[in-house]
Design a binder for this molecule. Sequence first.
Ligand code: SF4
Length: 450
Amino acid sequence: PDSPNGICGANADTIVTRNFLRAVSAGSGCYIHIVENTARNLKNTALAKGELKGLRALDRLCDLLDIDGSDAYDKAVKVADAVLDDLYKPDFEKMVLTEKIAYAPRYKRWQELGILPRGAKSEVFKGVVKCSTNLNSDPVDMLVDCLRLGISTGVYGLTLTNLLNDVLLGEPEIRMAPVGLRVIDPDYINIMITGHQHSMFVHLQDRLTQPDAVEMAKSAGAKGFKLIGCTCVGQDLQLRGAHYTDIFDGHAGNNYTSEAILATGAIDAVLSEFNCTLPGIEPICDELKIKQICLDSVAKKANAELKEFVFENRERISDEIVSEIVDAYKARRGSVPMNLLPDHGNDNTLTGVSEVSLKAFLGDTWQPLIDLIAGGMIKGVAGVVGCSNLTAGGHDVLTVELTKELIAKDILVLTAGCSSGGIENCGLMTPEAAELAGPKLKAVCKQLGI
Ligand code: SF4
C-alpha cells in the first residue's frame, strides 16, 4: 500500500483482522440461524405430535445431553429447548451443551485458553459490533473472538444441526444411490431444492406424495412429483435418502452445477431456503419459465416469490406450493427446450455415511478401521470438505484432483458439502474408483466392495 495506515490510523493487521472477524461473524450467523430453525422445527413437530423418524437418534442425543422425558415427544421438546436456551444465552453466560458435545480433551484446552463460547447469537452480535468503524483495533482480541465463533459454529451450527436432523428426518443408512443430471426424469414435475435447512421441507415432502397431490400432477400430464437435490440440502436428503425413495430422485449436483441442472429444461421449480442459491440462476429461471419460491427471507432471490415457512401454516404453504408448481409445469412444458444429460453422473455412489452408520458397517466397533491404519493398509484419513471453489483451475477441479492424489497415496478421503457433490459426480465414490487408489487402499476397497 502507498501508506502503512488507513486514514483513521488503522494498520494492515487491524484492517485484515477486522474484515476477517466480519466474515467469521457473518458465517457463524448463517449456521446458527440453521440450528435455531432446526431446533424450532423439531420442537414444533414434537408439540404437534408429528412424525419423528429417528427415535434411536433421539435416545442417543438424550443420553449425550443428560435429558430424560416421559415419551419421545417430551424428550424431543426438551432437547430442542436445551439447544435454543444455549443459543439465546447472553454475552456474559457460557453455553452448557458445548462440554457435552465436544471432544473432551479439546474442550479442556478451550477452557484453559478461555475461549469457550457464550450464547451463540450474542457471539455473532459482538463480532459484528467489534469490527465496525473505529471500534476494536486489537488483532489478537479479534482473532480470539473468531476462535469462539468457530467453536459455537462447529458444535451447534454443524454437529447439533445434524443430530437434530437425525431425529426429525431419519438417520443416514449406507447404500448406493444415483447422482448427477441423470437423476432428472422429465416425466415428473421436478422441483430442485437448494439450501441447508432440510427440516423446512418435511411437510411438503409428504404432501407431494399424497394421492390428491399426485392426481393434480397427473391431470397436468406428469406422473407425479420429484425432488431433485442440489447444494447442501440435496446432499443431506441423499444421505437420508433411504427414508425418501418415493419422492427424492437423487442428488444432481452442487452449487455451480445448479445452472446446468436448470439448463436441462426439465426442472419446473426451484425451492430455496438458504445458501447456496446462486443469483446466476435467476436469468435462467426467467428464460426457462421456472418458478422460484423462497421459504426463508434470508435467501430471498430478487425475482422469486417469498413464502416464508411458518410451522403453524405448513399445510396452507404446502398446498399453495403444490398448486403454483403444477401451474408452472403446465405453462412451461412444451414451450422450453429439453437438454437432458442421461449419461451424466453414475448410479452407484456410496452414501449414507455417518458416525453411527459407519460404525455399524464395521461391526459396531472402530477396531477394523484402527487396525487398517495401524497396519499401514490405510495411511490415514483426510477431509476434503465444504464449498467447491472456482478459483483453483475451475469448478470442482481442485477437490477432484486432490482426492485422486490422496487415494492414490492410500489415504482414505472423507468428504461433505458441495465438495462431495463434485467428487461423487466424477465417480470417486463408486466401487470402480478403487482402481484409482493406491495398492493397499485398493485391496481394502475390493475386499469390502466399496
Ligand atoms: S457447501 Fe458451500 S457452496 Fe455448497 S451449499 Fe453449502 S455453503 Fe453453499
